[in-house]
Design a protein around this ligand. Sequence first.
Ligand SMILES: NC(=O)c1ccc[n+]([C@@H]2O[C@H](COP(=O)([O-])OP(=O)(O)OC[C@H]3O[C@@H](n4cnc5c(N)ncnc54)[C@H](O)[C@@H]3O)[C@@H](O)[C@H]2O)c1
Ligand SMILES: [Zn+2]
Length: 376
Amino acid sequence: MNDTSRIIEMVLGGQPSRVVLGPLAALELSRFIPQPPPVYLVDEAVARLQPAWLAALQSGCDPDRSGTLVLPGGESGKQLERLGHIYAWLAERGVPRDGTVVGIGGGALLDVAGFAAATWQRGVGWVSVPTTLLAMIDAAVGGKTGINAAGLKNQVGAFHPAAGVMVDCGFLVSLPRAGWRDGLAEMIKAAVIGDTELFSAMEAATDGLRGLFGPGAGPADEAVAGVLGALPWRDWVASAVAVKADIVRRDFHEHGPRRALNLGHTLGHALEAWRAGTPDPLSHGQAVAIGMAVVFRIAVERGQCPLTVAVRVNELLDACGLPTRCAAPPVNELERLLAADKKRRDGRVRWVLPRGLRQLDLDGDVATADLLRWLD
Ligand SMILES: NC(=O)c1ccc[n+]([C@@H]2O[C@H](COP(=O)([O-])OP(=O)(O)OC[C@H]3O[C@@H](n4cnc5c(N)ncnc54)[C@H](O)[C@@H]3O)[C@@H](O)[C@H]2O)c1
Ligand SMILES: [Zn+2]
């Protein structure tokens, strides 16, 4: 391994899954690829914005790079039609049972590519190269793959851990500010649920974060000038990956501790779904930021969480240009959306409520009236 690489090992469902973090992590791809050469499913944004880097990482295991399918990134790529297209391409190439699929892209591309790998020939080798902040610290770690179907998000999928997850922050140079903010919402969540040092480090960098991402920092759809050298991203990404790895190692199939990862997500999913398709949609990260801010307010009001912690979380979200408030949906709409939350079990929604940093109640109750008090 490269001298500066860090490795995080997991065994998920009996399968080794190793995250390699480093400046040139992607160039170590070939270590995870047995014969025959792999096929690559590549996010169109990466193919367009980082062609030289893509060529360098592919050339290590497959000099002619003939087996490359470039696919549009983003949520619209997680449809059944896209999966059908991928299967047709895998069939055309004759990818065998001992073949390997390498996914290179954002979380959406990795979800669909991983699901294709999980199901083609009842499961072929799978290696991922996440290229957004959110994919690096969340989507690529933990072995869940999936697509959207029947109008529902992520309800069809498979557990299929990647043998290798190559995390290389160099890809983030072209990530638009909105993508950074989405990843930062999940990074703050990871810090809150599992790493007080990461939280303090981000807090100590509040001014830097605000300058790069805060309200008015610059256009949401443009890359962030000077971002990679400005803050210790590699350390922070490693810390956030470690938080998720630690949780999924203990609870691969989401029976218990993995629910901690849902902090801010129960309300977040409802708000994201409510605003989808409107002129003013909320991204996943924005919705989760509001969801976290609201559960902190509820926990403080109940005397279950110190006010100071809630204020610190709010300030960090704000410094990253993430919203902490939102208009309330109509009551019946809010209740309908919450009831549809996939985390609903035993006839009720289980809320993750904070008690402080690294302290959570994984089985809380929140009434609609509590939510409405803290929505505008
Ligand atoms: N499997 C899991 O455990 C898990 C966990 C969290 C999220 N997810 C999924 O991840 C998805 C969200 O992932 P995301 O936030 O990466 O969004 P995304 O995959 O939709 O990517 C956002 C946009 O960024 C582009 N992009 C990718 N890499 C880029 C780069 N380096 N530079 C510039 N643009 C780039 C993509 O083409 C896309 O247009 C959702 O579908 C969500 O369901 C899965
Ligand atoms: Zn999330």
